[in-house]
Design a protein around this ligand. Structure first.
Ligand code: FPP
Length: 250
């Protein structure tokens, strides 16, 4: 958790040039981190939650405006029941213990994904966290929970089809911007940089639409070991990339 910052929660100085406005992270390797130490997987997830705190702090200090974390995929429900209980228990604990601090530090929390699949008390904590932090501008933190990009895209297509059927949408007017407005990420900028830890090089059903022009940085570090130095290395790597969005160089 970041130490309480001195200035008002609503202030967000612009990031210096070359710093991505939006970073999304696939936090991978908790289980391997625990296994390498002979510890149960939950120990890796707990250490992963500490890395989440450090990463929020690093994002704030680098003036990154948007940070999106893949915390629980829609496929994660298929893990052994004990691990699902441990992960949802950790989420409950995190929400109870951290949200006031996030609010004080100017972090606005949003959740994307099928939150209705979580226990009612967790849904209530998520609603309360979003309400409590809604006025903050320093860092927009989005946590993807029970999230799957294909589900998200299908849901958006269904909404468009229903609107067309009911005469509220002219299919000819459905362009990229209108479709993006039907996604869970409506109103958010697309990620400029996607980081995945643990050496895996996959997108794993994360932000498929939004990642169209993102830069990818794959790092060999396991998520619980992810530090502000790793965050800085990813920013340095991003700053070296030349982004053309499909256009030819000038
Ligand atoms: C991937 O490691 C990580 C997850 C499935 C869960 C991510 C959760 C956290 C970082 C902690 C909790 C976060 C919050 C916001 C409370 P893995 O288990 O797939 O690792 P492995 O690939 O080494 O088995």
């Amino acid at each position: 958790m970041p130490a309480t910052l001195p200035s008002a929660a609503r202030e967000r100085p612009a990031a210096p040039g070359g710093v991505p406005a939006h970073i999304a992270i696939i936090m991978d390797g908790n289980g391997r981190w625990a296994g390498a130490r002979g510890l149960p997987r939950i120990a890796g997830h707990r250490a992963g939650a500490q890395a989440v705190r450090r990463t929020i702090e690093a994002a704030i200090s680098h003036r990154v405006g948007w940070l999106t974390l893949y915390a629980f995929s829609s496929e994660n429900w298929r893990r052994p029941a004990g691990e699902v209980t441990d992960l949802t228990g950790l989420l409950r604990h995190y929400l109870k213990s951290e949200v006031a601090e996030l609010a004080r530090n100017g972090v606005r929390l949003r959740v994307i994904g099928e939150r209705g699949r979580f226990a009612e008390d967790i849904q209530a904590l998520l609603r309360e966290a979003e309400r409590l932090t809604a006025g903050n501008l320093r860092l927009n933190l989005t946590v993807a929970l029970s999230y799957g990009a294909r589900d998200e895209i299908v849901a958006a297509a269904r909404r468009a089809a229903e609107a067309a059927q009911q005469g509220r949408l002219d299919p000819a007017s459905l362009d990229e911007a209108a479709f993006a407005g039907l996604l869970a990420t409506t109103g958010m900028p697309d990620p400029d940089l996607i980081i995945r830890t643990s050496g895996e090089r996959r997108l794993s059903n994360f932000l498929l639409w939004q990642a169209a022009y993102a830069e990818f940085v794959f790092m060999d570090v396991l998520w619980p070991d992810f530090s502000p130095e790793h965050f800085g290395q990813a920013l340095d790597e991003y700053a070296r990339r030349e982004r053309r969005f499909g256009a030819r160089p000038a």
